[in-house]
Design a binder for this molecule. Structure first.
Ligand SMILES: [Zn+2]
Length: 290
């Protein structure tokens, strides 16, 4: 955990395909001032409107996390957002020239390398945390998210699939940059072949391919080279969870435990968490209240 805020040192760019549009998207990450947070700017729209990555601005969570404000919609922000949390970047401006971020390889690995290549710039402002003071939980239809008080940011995720390749998987990490880079950032999104074909029939997942997702057909992984981790599926859930939880606007000091959760349920939990002002306070690393 860092006492001060950080941004990146120099602008960096990448290009890739949008998973649903199938179109090429150019993305540039630029340094940003203290207390800005992560802001997305649409350079393809007149006047270059922007939207801050905050859960109040989430407009859709059905297929990916979509944020929007004042005529600016940006879709599929969760993997890049996880990259910012994982690499402890608090402030950055992300310029994109389409509504959808590039999917890259379906993980946060390429974004993490991009952020690393930009270098980090410590900033004057202290970093503020949501310090969890009381356990808070949301459960519904077998899904649950809980946060317990802790002096670090720890994440435990479980998934249960009635499928021989996945079954029940659990991962448990204390999040820091090294652990994120080594254990989480390269885990790819996954899907079943029949679902991908169905989405394509409805004009979705046009850019989806074996280059940007683990695809399962029957009891086989279709990707050459197989899985990157034996439990890559649950590690990707952890990655999505980091991206979703980053939308609360400040890092969390607490132990997050999720079971069978996804973008929509994580978002519902964040709203409950934010409203329950008795279960957290905001403080700096030296525990000065802010
Ligand atoms: Zn994902």
């Amino acid at each position: 955990m860092k006492p001060h805020q950080q941004t990146i040192l120099t602008p960096v760019s990448c290009s890739g395909v949008g998973v649903h549009s199938g179109k090429t998207v150019n993305l540039t990450i630029k340094p940003a001032p203290v207390n800005q947070g992560i802001r997305f700017v649409r350079t393809d729209l007149p006047g270059h409107p922007g939207v801050t990555a905050h859960f109040n601005n989430v407009v859709d969570t059905s297929l990916a996390t979509v944020i929007g404000a004042e005529g600016c919609i940006v879709s599929t922000v969760e993997h890049l957002m996880a990259g910012f949390v994982g690499m402890s970047i608090d402030n950055a401006t992300v310029e994109v020239d389409a509504y959808e971020l590039p999917i890259m390889d379906g993980s946060a690995g390429p974004f993490t390398q991009l952020i690393k290549s930009a270098g980090t710039q410590p900033q004057e402002g202290p970093k503020c945390y949501f310090k969890v003071t009381k356990t808070i939980s949301l459960s519904e239809n077998g899904k649950s998210v809980t946060i317990h008080p802790a002096d670090e940011f720890r994440l435990t995720c479980s998934i249960v699939y009635d499928h021989p390749l996945i079954g029940t998987q659990t991962c448990d990490f204390t999040i820091d940059s090294l652990t994120f880079e080594k254990e989480i950032c390269s885990a790819r999104t996954f899907g079943f072949l029949e679902e991908v074909e169905l989405m394509k029939r409805y004009g979705l997942a046009r850019g989806g391919s074996l280059d940007n997702a683990v695809v399962i057909d029957g009891d086989q992984v279709l990707n050459e080279g197989g899985l990157r981790y034996p439990d890559e599926f649950v590690r990707h859930k952890a990655l999505d969870c980091l991206g979703d939880f980053s939308l609360i606007g400040m890092p969390i000091m607490g132990h997050v435990v999720t079971s069978k959760s996804g973008h929509a349920f994580n978002h519902a939990f964040l709203e409950k968490f934010f409203d329950d002002k008795e279960s957290w306070n905001t403080c700096t690393l030296t525990c000065e209240s802010v």
